[in-house]
Ligand binder design. Structure first.
Ligand code: FAD
Ligand code: NAP
Length: 340
């Protein structure tokens, strides 16, 4: 087991923030994790509880981590037939996009709209990752997690996970208590395509595909994402910085009077979902840059690090945007990215 002291976290966060972890290690089994957690409670105890990291694509470090940073590298993909479905279980350390492509290769369908989302399988239930009208809750079966309090492995089924819009039990009530070890998805051998999002339809048309197969949908999503989103290898970012807010119908009706061009979608829960990117753009922040911290010129919902921005600078920019949107529209944005 390799343990580094005062280790740079720069290679392990897609925002490209220079931060250090007091101790850094990784685990590829539940036993390895348990051993590291024991050490983190012993004489090498840090000031903060251990931080579990997957691909680091949904975190912003605003300071050094005065404790343990544990990288999840649990490998493996297994599958078993279940009626007409396939139950596919992947280790939390598997790369999400590689997992999606693997499933497509095998003819296991349901994840195609979630192609090219960065990060690990283990983090996928954390915020119920979603894109282009599909979220993992749709095909989620169960997961295994290490319970730090009771020191044992627990299985969570869908109902236990309290999935919501970019939310789950693990991001809220269960935050910090569980380490996700393995996730099982119930995929189908028959395609059920979701192509209603305008951008997918347009891209399929552009590709000249009239009867798409799941692989076509995946390719369309990959192409749209590559054309629109900044590549973290080139420009640091963590995807959408804010969630799309939901407002009551009456508030939306009033906003529509003041801003006839505003777009709203029926929320999965109740009320009307607004595009946070539109609110930010209308508030004049799209393409804004302050030092090396910025708001992406093609997608206002994505905050970027052009090189040397600190986590505090990115956070302050997000706060200024949040305050401004609130002043202009009376809507309070909520950060989606996990702040440390
Ligand atoms: P990390 O950033 O490493 O961790 C995220 C949080 O989960 C942290 O709080 C961490 O402590 C916790 N965590 C991680 N692994 C575990 C584990 N095994 N057990 C317990 N806790 C854990 N998200 C979407 O939903 N939809 C998108 O379309 C999307 N597009 C993106 C595009 C870009 C360019 C980028 C950079 C990000 C995008 N994201 C998107 C956000 C991000 O990719 C996802 O949230 C992803 O699931 C994060 O995975 P990760 O392994 O990098 O998690
Ligand atoms: P977009 O197509 O420009 O649309 C803007 C917003 O409007 C999206 O956030 C989306 O909400 C919503 N929307 C568009 N069409 C919709 C429809 N038919 N029904 C319901 N809602 C609709 O969005 P984008 O920024 O390019 O992103 C495309 C997809 O990738 C979105 O699903 C987005 O969530 C996902 N994405 C997520 C992240 C992340 O980090 N979380 C980063 C990049 C892209 P939803 O977000 O609810 O879908």
């Amino acid at each position: 087991m390799v343990i580094q002291e005062n280790a740079s976290l720069l290679p392990f966060n897609t925002f490209g923030i220079q931060a250090k972890g007091r101790w850094l290690s990784s685990f590829s089994t539940a036993d390895g994790l348990a051993e590291l957690l024991d050490r983190s409670e012993g004489k090498e105890k840090g000031a903060v509880p251990p931080l579990i990291l997957g691909g680091g694509s949904n975190v912003l470090f605003t300071h050094d981590v005065d404790g343990w940073v544990l990288r999840n590298e649990i490998p493996g993909i297994d599958a078993e037939e279940d009626g007409g479905d396939v139950l596919v279980t992947a280790g939390a350390g598997e790369n999400w996009h590689a997992f999606v492509l693997h499933c497509l290769d095998k003819g296991w369908f349901g994840l195609e709209n979630l192609s090219l989302i960065p990060g690990s399988v283990g983090a996928s239930p954390m915020q119920n990752i979603g894109a282009y009208g599909v979220e993992i809750a749709t095909v989620f079966d169960s997961l295994e997690a290490w319970d730090k309090e009771d020191r044992k492995i627990i299985r969570f089924y869908k109902g236990d996970c309290h999935f919501g819009y970019r939310e789950s039990y693990f991001k809220k009530e269960g935050r910090g208590r569980f380490v996700i070890l393995r996730v099982t998805y119930r995929l189908s051998r028959k395609p059920h395509l979701h192509t209603a999002y305008g951008a997918i339809k347009e891209e399929l048309e552009r590709m000249g595909v009239s009867s798409p197969a799941p692989r076509d949908v995946s390719n369309a999503v990959i192409h749209i994402r590559r054309s629109k989103l900044p590549d973290p290898q080139v420009t640091g970012n963590a995807g959408s910085f804010f969630k799309n807010p939901t407002v009551p119908q009456v508030q939306f009706n009033q906003m529509k009077k003041d801003h006839p061009e505003i777009v709203g979608y029926p929320s999965m829960e109740s009320g009307v979902k607004l595009a946070a990117g539109w609110l930010i753009e209308q508030s004049g922040w799209k393409g804004y840059r302050r030092g090396d911290a910025g708001c992406h010129p093609k997608q206002a919902l994505v905050l970027v690090n052009y090189g040397e921005a600190t986590g505090k600078e990115i956070w302050q920019l997000s706060q200024d945007i949040l305050d401004d949107v609130h002043t202009k529209f009376g809507v309070t944005l909520e950060r989606e990215v996990n702040i440390f």
